[in-house]
Design a protein around this ligand. Structure first.
Ligand SMILES: Cc1ncc(COP(=O)(O)O)c(C=O)c1O
Length: 292
């Protein structure tokens, strides 16, 4: 059976799931989204993802036409319709159908889309041996222009960075903020380990408050691993003992070379490996359960 996609309360085969060409999500990137994972019939941190989705929608004054409970039910039903125990879930809420002007008030009702599918971001080999990444010229959006803490459909800032990385032959990019401090990657947060301490840039310097980032912070606290949110420069990354990236799609992936500099031994570090293991353990217990 073809994959079924939820659009505004109904399920359509993937080839027939559509939105209007007048949808402001398409015309202007006006909308919000989440990327979520289900592991063995458990939707990992669904509550946290929905909280972020509804907060972003609130800030851009987009009314999501269903409650969080109704959204949870729709996500579960979409997984069940597709018989998926393990999945990547893309939840999209666009401003809806309007006219050719910007004015969001012309869009009478937001469009809700739920896609459940599989995702493989990087080959297994890179989780074992680590990624090589580079810093790119495009800086992260200014918080008072388009706040990086908003997970909106407006992703061109990140896409520009991704293009610069892939043009140079790399799969992922480090984005600095407008002051030259490390912000995050195109779709992942970044951490380093130095002298037994874990560190990541504070979100206000230009990073999304990643759900995986928060999970790692929780795990560090449970493991009594010292942790700080602090300003990081490229110099800090180059001279770290370990660097890794976190995100729902990527999960946790070590970075072993940055801008041509080998990080420590050039191999994934012990703390990274320990956190990867603990993270996979957490995905077995923290979330919303459903029957396949
Ligand atoms: C720009 C950006 N940073 C970080 C992340 C990681 O966030 P999370 O762990 O919630 O997936 C994402 C995920 O989509 C992202 O788009």
């Amino acid at each position: 059976m073809e994959l079924q996609v939820y659009v505004d309360g109904k399920w359509y085969p993937k080839s027939e799931a559509k939105v209007s060409v007048f949808d402001h999500g398409l015309l202007y990137g006006d909308g919000v989204f989440e990327g979520i994972r289900a592991y063995n019939n458990l939707i990992f941190k669904l509550k946290e993802h929905l909280d972020r989705l509804y907060e972003t929608a609130h800030t851009i004054m987009l009314e999501i036409p269903m409650s969080k409970e109704e959204m949870t039910k729709a996500v579960v039903e979409t997984l069940q319709t597709n018989g998926l125990s393990n999945a990547y879930i893309r939840l999209v809420v666009t401003r809806g159908t309007g006219d050719l002007g910007l004015d969001p008030r012309k869009c009478k009702r937001a469009t809700v889309i739920i896609i459940t599918d599989k995702i493989v971001l990087y080959p297994d080999e890179l989780y074992k041996n680590g990624l090589e990444i580079i810093t790119v010229p495009t800086v992260r959006n200014l918080p008072e222009a388009l706040n990086p803490q908003l997970k909106t459909l407006n992703y061109l800032n990140n896409i520009m960075a991704k293009i610069e990385a892939t043009n140079a032959g790399y799969q992922e990019a480090i984005m600095l903020n407008f002051q030259g401090y490390v912000a995050e990657c195109t779709g992942d947060n970044i951490f380093l380990v130095k002298k037994g301490e874990l560190a990541t840039p504070p979100a206000y310097l230009g990073a999304l408050k990643g759900i995986t980032r928060n999970a790692i912070i929780e795990i560090a606290s449970a493991q009594k691993l010292s942790f700080k949110e602090r300003i990081l420069t490229r110099h800090d990354l180059f001279n770290a003992e370990e660097v890794f990236l976190t995100g729902t799609a990527a999960e946790i992936i070590p970075a072993v070379k940055i801008d041509g500099r080998v990080i420590a031994s050039g191999k994934p570090g012990q703390t990274t490996l320990r956190l990867m293991k603990a993270f996979h353990q957490l995905t077995k217990s923290d979330g919303v359960r459903y029957k396949a």
